[in-house]
Design a protein around this ligand. Sequence first.
Ligand SMILES: [Zn+2]
Length: 61
Amino acid sequence: MEQEIMSTCIVCGQPKEQGIHIVNEFICLDCETEMVQTKVEDEKYPFFVHRLRQIAVRYHV
Ligand SMILES: [Zn+2]
């Protein structure tokens, strides 16, 4: 039997199986890949930074 463990990604808000956990938060593989490829001048970059900062503030990391 296969067990599906779905976590809700904090970036896209979608339940995903694959991804990384940062403290108690989850970022799906798609968003992680996108984040890594996002350049500072990209308009999406502040959005990702904002999301990650929310984690940092909450957990004091
Ligand atoms: Zn995601």
